[in-house]
Design a protein. Structure first.
Length: 140
C-alpha cells in the first residue's frame, strides 16, 4: 500500500538543487543581460534560462547583515518565498533575489507578495532587453 499526500500541491512546492542558480557564469549572465525590478524588500533580476523551469539565485552579502546567522536566515526566507511562489512565477527564467537595503528583516508574506509583484516587471524588462540585444546583433 502506498501513501499519498493529501495535499495536491505538495510535490510541486519542492526546492531541489536543479531549481538553484549555482554557476558563476549564470550569475554573470544575469548581471549582464537581466531585467531588473526593485521593491521595498527585495531587488529582483530576471534572465531567460532556456529551460522549462525557473531557478533561484541569491545574493546576500555582508553589507546586508554582518552576522552570518542573520544573512542565512534571510536566505532561508527568500528560498521559502520562491518555493511557495514558483508555480505562479513566469516559467523559463533565472531569478536572482537581492535584499533591497541593509539590515532588512522582512516577513515571509511580505517577501512572497513583492516577489510576485516584481516578477512580471522584471521578466518583461528581461524580454525587452533580449529583443534589443538581438536587433543590435542583427544590425538593425
Amino acid at each position: 500500500m502506498t501513501h499519498q499526500d493529501p495535499r495536491p500541491s505538495a510535490r510541486r512546492a519542492t526546492f531541489r538543487p536543479a531549481h538553484r542558480v549555482r554557476s558563476n557564469a549564470d550569475f554573470q549572465r544575469a548581471w549582464r543581460s537581466g531585467g531588473r525590478a526593485r521593491g521595498s524588500v527585495l531587488s529582483l533580476v530576471a534572465v531567460p534560462n532556456g529551460l522549462d523551469e525557473s531557478r533561484l539565485g541569491l545574493s546576500v552579502g555582508r553589507k546586508i547583515w554582518k552576522r552570518a546567522v542573520r544573512r542565512n536566515r534571510l536566505r532561508r526566507l527568500f528560498r521559502e518565498a520562491f518555493r511557495l511562489s514558483r508555480a505562479r512565477l513566469p516559467h523559463g527564467f533565472d531569478w536572482i533575489m537581492i535584499p533591497a537595503r541593509p539590515r532588512i528583516d522582512p516577513e515571509l508574506n511580505e517577501v512572497r507578495r513583492e516577489l510576485l509583484e516584481l516578477s512580471g516587471l522584471a521578466a518583461r524588462r528581461a524580454q525587452e532587453k533580449a529583443e534589443r540585444n538581438a536587433r543590435v546583433e542583427a544590425g538593425e
